[in-house]
Design a protein around this ligand. Structure first.
Ligand code: F6R
Length: 611
């Protein structure tokens, strides 16, 4: 959600920044801007994607080696040239880029207006720039102190970077709630919202924590708290590679990421699934495993696709480990004074590890004494660092805004956790545990078999490209998959789609079914098969167009469906790892036929760092 890039060193800053903003564009892409210091401070910004900004500066002879840039996902103020970042202070001495929300901006703006400040746009960020200016004028202090004082007056979240023409060759950055890291090169320093813009230059990073700032200049960087206490920060080494953040010949990141799932699921299990010993080893939670095993209940909190993975987790933990589970929307959790205490364990799931609502749920649960565990993809992310312990999904960077490989990796981790807990709680017999562990090791090859059908599915996708609505139905483990299928379709193709537990259809949605309604049923030969077949008959009786995701043995469903996408059979609890893949492919293909921007769907951002 908004991307920030900054650079100070010996390279042409605009090249580094534009390149970096393109890498961060998945975080927001409604407008972009750049501020370059070269004696003067030049700001260029415009509505639209980073490429529009690039066109404006491509012929400039600016040789600046210090600058900041921003790609925006609008919160306050429509996406236009004026509201794009960087924002000037009233005297045009400095320019500021911001990720996050200044919640008290309206009150501050009114106060500043009475003092003569004139605002050009509608953003909360511009208010922060003017506040710093006003404080420096009144307090007659140095610029860093003015920034610190201003940041103490704002409520909300921020990741900011500032360049000031009176403070040549330096950049000030600060964070509270919005990620920022420094990339440490040889005589150069990079600033970014995440590691993707800097990995081609350096793998050494310093993560800023909340309420911290850094003053960066040609001699190096100094990190301190916003209250001015100097800090010494650890330099981490990134494991990411440039290849991982490129398309590798695929037309879209989403397609690349769908096709990576054979490897990402295998990577996620590597060293953890010990088939020969019928054992699961989850090092990240080994120290807290006893507390987890003996927990009164498990509360899973997440948002969006990660929440759907959490719902699969509920079925897994209850069935395999006989552990009571509640699944919460992280965004709702803290607003209803949740009953949670030290007997409970909270498990949060987040691909980015930066989702604001999920992070808030972590803090709420910790404050009430619960053990908080995380399943995250991004190593070193805020949630990964703030949880008591956790398990990385190791799916590699996910760039497509629609989450695909992160979901299957999350479900892989949840499956391993549920088996391990089932064994440790004495609720899973050895034979079944061993069958599950062996079958998990076969999942990557089964995923590959499904991916080979991508072309065969094209015909179905083409046929339904212009359907205005879709219904997705599933039961048991595959009810969350139906929700996930519907979410994938609506977010990238803008087709209205709803997911339902199949039996709920009779309680309302059945009214929608006629000969124009595609109904995607996720129907494998599990313990709900008979009931699912009845639901399919009910749809058929109303002439709904049935697209079934079913398994090889399910001849009944194959016969009843107008279109059947057949996947390899597996054990019931593991079926979401396979059934979701045709749904990802279907939504991808439909979105491409509809000429939608698959990797950057409208209004969305990859990482939702505002509440
Ligand atoms: C959907 C999607 C979102 C995310 C949600 C949570 O394809 O990507 O629904 O799943 O914003 O994000 P994370 O997992 O980063 O917390």
């Amino acid at each position: 959600m908004c991307g920030i890039v900054g650079y100070i060193g010996h390279r042409k800053a605009s090249d580094v920044i534009i390149n970096g903003l393109k890498r961060l564009e998945y975080r927001g892409y409604d407008s972009a801007g750049i501020g370059l210091l070269n004696g003067e401070l030049n700001v260029t910004k415009c509505k639209g994607k980073v490429v529009e900004l690039e066109k404006r500066i491509i012929n400039s002879d600016d040789t600046s080696t210090v600058g900041i840039g921003h790609t925006r996902w609008a919160t306050h103020g429509e996406p236009n040239d004026v509201n794009a970042h960087p924002h000037w202070d009233g005297d045009q001495n400095f320019a500021l880029v911001h990720n996050g929300i200044i919640e008290n901006y309206d009150a501050l703006k009114k106060e500043l207006t009475t003092k003569g400040h004139i605002f050009l746009g509608q953003t909360d960020t511009e208010v922060l720039a003017h506040l710093i200016q006003e404080i420096q004028k009144v307090a007659k202090c140095d610029f860093v102190t003015a920034v610190q004082m201003a940041l103490k007056q704002v409520d909300g979240t921020f990741g900011i970077a500032i360049v000031n023409k009176n403070e040549a060759d330096s950049i000030i950055v600060a964070r509270k709630g919005s990620p920022l890291l420094l990339g440490i090169g040889d005589d150069e320093i990079f600033i970014a919202s995440d590691a993707s813009p800097i990995i081609e230059y350096t793998n050494k990073v310093v993560y800023l924590d909340d309420d911290e700032m850094a003053i960066i200049n040609r001699d190096g960087y100094q990190v301190k708290t916003i209250s001015n206490i100097e800090l010494s920060k650890e330099v981490h080494e990134l494991e990411m590679s440039v290849e991982q953040i490129e398309k590798a010949g695929y037309p879209h990141f989403m397609l690349k990421e769908i096709h990576e799932q054979k490897e990402t699921i295998a990577d996620c299990m590597r060293g953890r699934l010990v088939v020969s010993e019928n054992r699961i080893v989850l090092g990240g939670i080994s120290e807290v495993l006893d507390r987890l095993v003996n927990a009164r209940r498990l509360i899973i909190a997440a948002c969006g696709t990660s929440w759907h993975a959490g719902l699969v987790g509920e079925y897994l933990f209850e069935s395999l480990a006989k552990m009571p589970v509640e699944v919460e929307y992280a965004s709702e959790f803290r607003y209803r004074d949740p009953l949670i205490n030290s007997d409970d364990v909270m498990l949060v799931i987040s691909q980015s590890g930066e989702t604001a609502d999920t992070l808030a749920a972590v803090r709420e649960a910790k404050s009430k004494g619960a053990l908080v565990l995380g399943i995250c993809n991004v190593v070193g992310s805020t949630i990964a660092r703030e949880t008591d312990a956790g398990i990385y999904t190791h799916a590699g960077p996910e760039i497509g805004v629609a989450s695909t490989k992160a979901f299957t990796a999350q479900v892989t981790v949840l499956s391993m956790m549920a088996i391990l807990l089932g064994q440790r709680r004495g609720k899973l017999n050895d034979k079944y545990a061993s069958e599950l562990i062996q079958e998990m090791s076969r999942i990557p090859d089964k995923v590959e078999q499904i991916l080979k059908q991508t072309e065969a599915m094209d015909e179905i996708s083409r046929l339904f490209t212009y359907a205005p609505n879709f219904l997705y139905l599933g039961r048991s483990y595959n009810f969350p998959v139906a929700l996930e299928g519907a979410l994938k379709l609506k977010e990238i193709s803008y087709i209205h789609a709803e997911g339902y537990p199949a039996a709920e259809m009779k309680h309302g949605p059945i009214a929608l079914i006629d000969e124009h309604m595609p109904v995607v049923v996720v129907a494998v030969t599990d313990h709900t098969n008979e009931k699912m077949i009845s639901n399919i008959e009910e749809v058929r009786a109303r002439k709904g167009r049935i697209i079934a995701i079913t398994n090889e043995e399910n001849s009944d469903v194959q016969r009843l469906a107008e279109f059947a996408i057949t996947i390899p059979s597996t054990l019931d609890p593991l079926s979401p790892l396979l059934t979701v893949i045709p749904l990802q492919i279907l939504s991808y293909q439909i979105a491409v036929y509809r000429k939608c921007n698959v990797d950057q769907p409208r209004n969305l951002a990859k990482s939702v760092t505002v509440e």
